[in-house]
Design a protein around this ligand. Sequence first.
Ligand code: THU
Length: 137
Amino acid sequence: MAKASNPVSPRQLAATAKQASRRAYAPYSRFRVGAAVVAGSGKVYAGCNVENASYGLCNCAERTAIFSAIAAGESRVTRVVVYTPTPTPTTPCGACRQVIHEFGPEATVLCLCDGPDHIETTLDALLPGAFGPAQLQ
Ligand code: THU
């Protein structure tokens, strides 16, 4: 776990996300996704997708990583890195975008894959005009 004073490199984040994909529980889709998120403390939390025989309960890698950070006492997410085992990068699903917004409306998002391309974007670009905690105040 790297601290904010020693920011984790993009290469390390990519390695963490890819490594996490190996722990995916994806017997139904066989689509093994990994994520690494940088939390407010600067620590990095990993996650993989966790599927269920009741398909609707499948949890994406991004949300697993974010929930792990929150369960560890974090309250913010500043960067989300997602690795998919695809030739081109894929961006987080709508549910994950909403969850990222809850804890990191200003987060940056990096999408990596097995091919040479990547997508570097922001949560704001992925979920413009988002509904969030501010609307409930
Ligand atoms: N999945 C993720 O974990 N993250 C994404 O960004 C896209 C989809 C998972 C959910 C499900 O377990 C499988 O990939 C197929 O949709």
